[in-house]
Design a protein around this ligand. Structure first.
Ligand code: ARG
Length: 457
């Protein structure tokens, strides 16, 4: 059989053009969605008496047969038939005869491909939400076991104030919570149905777009046919949300890499998630978080590619839009891979509670608390800050930490110091004291865990 659109042509397509314009090598990923859309369409055509009931049944049987063959890997797609839509239509006509040609009544590949992608992205978005929840679950259980594990908190990668490790992990929980909200919200727009917009202008057949939308589980019919076939915002949105999500994955990966270095030595990743070196026998490399961090580039790239693709495209469909698929597939697959690894890697990491604590004892991250101590006694905070700066400088000169200075030494800087300063400087105390809402104080972290659970379960 020649091309489905061959009637207008007198010459066959140049072979190079055929290869260059064909999308079957990648859009065959949409086969299931394409058949699903066709089944809904044909149901509606018969309901609206555009085709007979008998014709509908023949087409449905044919589509099921083709689906079965695709599942068994028995179908050979052809580049000459360009894309998944025409490949399936051709297979259908081969399977059931000319009546198969009635399937395409009242629609076009333009609304068909858009429908397929809405269906595909809905599925992927739902799967990704579930995977994000698995990461949140892993973070939450590690946080729960480590509320009272303290480690230095950093700003500028300089030790700042000690914090609860559970609190630190929960920071990521909330980032992923926002990602999940964004994904859920995007479903509202993914669930618009383009089917029946036809090529760009609608169709003279008396079709029922609401009916196909209902069958396919869409919440709304695109109110404008031009918009329906040329809108790719839902893909842009997915790529943007994915970019933010992979940023969070990359940031936590970076911390896992730092923490498992000998310099930090705060955690150890399970052997299952690390690899060795072919030359240095002592090495245990955090390849997985490194690769997660590295994957960020392609996800940002896919977003940039899509924005650039759409910028300046006139309405309605343009062949440029065929380029919307590879990046979308790649982002979905890359994210699924990343999230599937991140969850068990977090759940199985070993937290070196003692090393974290040691780190906190060997720094000046309790300095703010001495300033607060004087401020509570009435000294303006700014002046207290100045005094403590001098104390820190003095302590560094003496090669001592703040807890090692004697009361006499403290009193050289201010006569307000009393014996109770040592209690205030104890790192556990320092953390516990930060009991303001959302702070790292243990009581607050326990509250936060409860609230995180309420969001997740
Ligand atoms: N393979 C095409 C794509 O992915 C399907 C739509 C083609 N429509 C057209 N009028 N050429 O965009």
């Amino acid at each position: 059989m020649s091309k489905l659109w061959g009637g207008r042509f007198t010459k066959p397509t140049n072979k190079l053009v055929e290869e260059y314009t064909s999308s079957i090598s990648f859009d065959q990923k949409l086969a299931v969605q394409d058949i699903k859309g066709s089944l809904a369409h044909v149901e509606m055509l018969s309901h609206c008496e555009i085709i007979s009931n008998e014709e509908k049944n023949q087409i449905i049987r044919g589509l099921h047969t083709i689906q079965g063959k695709i599942e068994k890997g028995e179908v050979e797609y052809s580049i000459a038939d360009e894309d998944i839509h025409m490949n399936i239509e051709k297979l259908l006509i081969e399977e059931i005869g000319p009546v198969g040609g009635k399937l395409h009544t009242g629609r076009s590949r333009n609304d068909q491909v858009a429908t397929d992608m809405h269906l595909y992205l809905r599925e992927k978005t739902e799967e990704i939400i579930t995977l994000v929840e698995a990461v949140q679950d892993a973070l939450l259980s590690q946080a729960e076991s480590n509320v009272e594990t303290i480690l230095p908190g950093y700003t500028h990668l300089q030790r700042a104030q000690p914090v609860s490790f559970g609190h630190h992990l929960l920071a990521y929980f909330w980032m992923f919570e926002r990602d999940k909200e964004r994904l859920q919200d995007s479903l509202k727009r993914i669930n618009w149905s383009p089917l029946g917009a036809a090529a760009l202008a609608g169709t003279p057949y008396e079709i029922d777009r609401q009916m196909t939308a209902d069958i396919l589980g869409f919440e709304k019919v695109y109110p404008n046919s031009l918009d329906a076939v040329s809108d790719r915002d839902f893909i842009l949105e997915f790529l943007s949300i994915s970019s933010i999500l992979i940023t969070h994955i990359s940031r936590i990966s970076e911390e896992l890499i730092l923490w498992s270095s000998q310099e930090f030595n705060f955690i150890e990743l399970d052997d299952e998630f690390c690899t060795g070196s072919s030359i240095m026998p002592q090495k245990k490399n955090p390849d997985v978080p490194e690769l997660l961090r590295g994957k960020t580039g392609r996800i940002y790239g896919n977003l940039m590619g899509m924005l650039t693709l759409l910028k300046g495209l006139p309405l309605a469909y343009n062949k440029d839009m065929q380029e919307d698929k590879v990046g979308m597939f790649d982002t979905a697959d890359t994210l699924e891979g990343a999230l599937s690894l991140l969850a068990p890697m977090l759940a199985s990491m070993d937290v070196k509670v003692g090393e974290m604590k040691k780190a906190v004892k060997e720094d000046y991250s309790n300095a703010t608390d001495i300033a607060d101590y004087l401020a509570v006694k009435g000294l303006p905070f700014r002046e207290a800050h100045e005094v403590i700066g001098k104390i820190v400088l003095y302590a560094i000169g003496q090669e001592k930490y703040l807890l090692d200075l004697s009361l006499n030494e403290y009193r050289k800087f201010s006569d307000q110091f009393e014996e109770d300063i040592y209690e205030k400087l104890d790192p556990e105390q320092v953390v516990a004291a930060r009991n303001s809402e959302g702070g790292t104080g243990f009581a607050q972290v326990y509250n936060q865990i409860q609230s995180a659970k309420n969001h997740l379960y």
